[in-house]
Design a protein around this ligand. Structure first.
Ligand SMILES: Cc1cc2nc3c(=O)[nH]c(=O)nc-3n(C[C@H](O)[C@H](O)[C@H](O)COP(=O)(O)OP(=O)(O)OC[C@H]3O[C@@H](n4cnc5c(N)ncnc54)[C@H](O)[C@@H]3O)c2cc1C
Length: 368
């Protein structure tokens, strides 16, 4: 049996980045035939599909220098163009800063909701975010904005009642000022707002390139090696192919529940059983015809529409199709781990076709 000081499980971005920064020669074991984990691009006859749309929002100078200079990844910078389909019309994102685009009825309900707010409470972010997400949405924006957009949209992404969610996940989401919300209710604006108002994307082969440039710098990646058992007493990892390795330190980047279930730690297994998670399913459709010009993605808060977001990757990744076909990437959030993928695919295709009328796309060529 081979023995190592440090062993890494998983060659997604976390495992790759750990090995890159810690020691480029340590073994990294990956169950798939490719590195990248969630950050992967599948190439099917020249059509390039991301597992889920992945865009880079780079804030830290260290990370920018790492990606552009040290790893030498070529990327394009884009100014986000995101829109929302609601109130039977399309308005720019974010909702609260573009009330002017709504019908008078919905706009007035949203503005009326702002009058319900406790000013003091709103100015204190810590208090605002101390309860559930539902409390936050109502306290920060009132019933109009909360009920027309924030709550139904959040419910769809996480497939969870917002009253059961806390606010820690919101760390990137800023809370718009009341004056700005009211001002923008009367006029179109070009305000740049939010953590993702600009983003980068690898222009040649898709987001997979990010994982690939890391992997090129590492010398000990083992693909198609799936760990299935961890003996924490003797510090041994066993793999599906019969291999075993001994470690002093084990770095796992696997989903937490999977990791714990591989070990001999019975008490932890009980606790892991209580972990909750939401899965995102992405259905990619290749279509001919038009998608909304220049739009990167569109949000769908309405509860009667199956999906919460559609992305148009051709508008930020020109090489994603060989000719002038378009890809429509449709995302659905679900807590149901036994979800019938084929059924959800059919439902999504049906409701996308209905909505596709929006932008007059004519033919769906194929979908995966
Ligand atoms: C729908 C969605 C959209 C996202 N969009 C963005 C975005 O736009 N921008 C952004 O910055 N982040 C985004 N993220 C977050 C980003 O995907 C993650 O932060 C990141 O990919 C996590 O990388 P990881 O290496 O920790 O995990 P993973 O990518 O899950 O990697 C874990 C690796 O472990 C491997 N593995 C699993 N089990 C075993 C086993 N038994 N043995 C060996 N290997 C195993 C897996 O195959 C995988 O390669 C998004 C996430 C989701 C779900």
């Amino acid at each position: 049996m081979e023995k190592f000081d440090t062993v890494v499980l998983g060659a997604g971005l976390t495992g790759l980045s750990f090995a890159f920064h810690f020691d480029k020669t340590i073994p990294v074991y990956e169950k798939q035939s490719r590195v990248g984990g969630l950050v992967r691009t599948e190439d099917k006859n020249g059509f390039k599909f991301d597992f889920a749309p992945h865009l880079l929002h780079l804030r830290s100078n260290y990370v920018k220098n790492l990606i552009f200079n040290t790893l030498g990844l070529q990327m394009d910078k884009h100014n986000r163009k995101a829109v929302i389909y609601c109130d039977e019309r399309i308005i720019p994102y974010p909702f609260e800063l573009n009330l002017y685009g709504l019908s008078d009825k919905v706009k007035n309900e949203c503005l009326k909701g702002l009058e319900e707010l406790e000013k003091n409470e709103r100015d204190n972010l810590e208090v605002l975010q101390s309860g559930s997400y539902e409390d936050y949405a109502l306290r920060a924006f009132g019933s109009g904005i909360a009920n027309h957009y924030l709550l139904p949209y959040t419910q769809k992404v996480w497939d969870t009642d917002p009253s059961e969610m806390t606010c820690e996940w919101m760390r990137f989401l800023p809370t718009a000022k009341l004056e700005q919300i009211k001002r923008n209710a009367n006029q179109p604006n070009s305000d740049r707002f939010g953590y993702n108002s600009e983003f980068y994307y690898p222009s040649r082969y898709g987001i997979q390139e990010l994982a690939n440039v890391f992997a090129k710098k590492l010398s000990n990646i083992h693909l198609n090696e799936e760990a299935f058992e961890i003996d924490t007493t003797n510090k041994i990892v066993s793999f599906v192919n019969g291999k075993q390795v001994h470690y002093e330190t084990l770095i796992s980047t696997l989903p937490l529940r999977d990791l714990v279930n591989m070990t001999d730690l019975e008490r932890l297994k009980e606790l892991a059983g209580e972990l909750k998670s939401t899965s995102v399913y992405t259905i990619n459709l290749v279509v001919t015809g038009k998608v909304p010009e220049g739009v990167h993605w569109m949000y769908f808060p309405d509860s009667d529409i199956e999906f919460y977001r559609i992305s148009f990757p051709k508008n930020y990744f020109l090489n994603c199709t060989p000719n002038d076909e378009q890809i429509i990437a449709v995302e659905v959030g679900s807590r149901d781990k036994n979800l019938n993928i084929e059924k959800i695919r059919q439902r999504v295709v049906r409701s996308t076709i209905k909505k596709v009328i929006l932008w007059k796309t004519n033919t769906i060529k194929f979908n995966i």
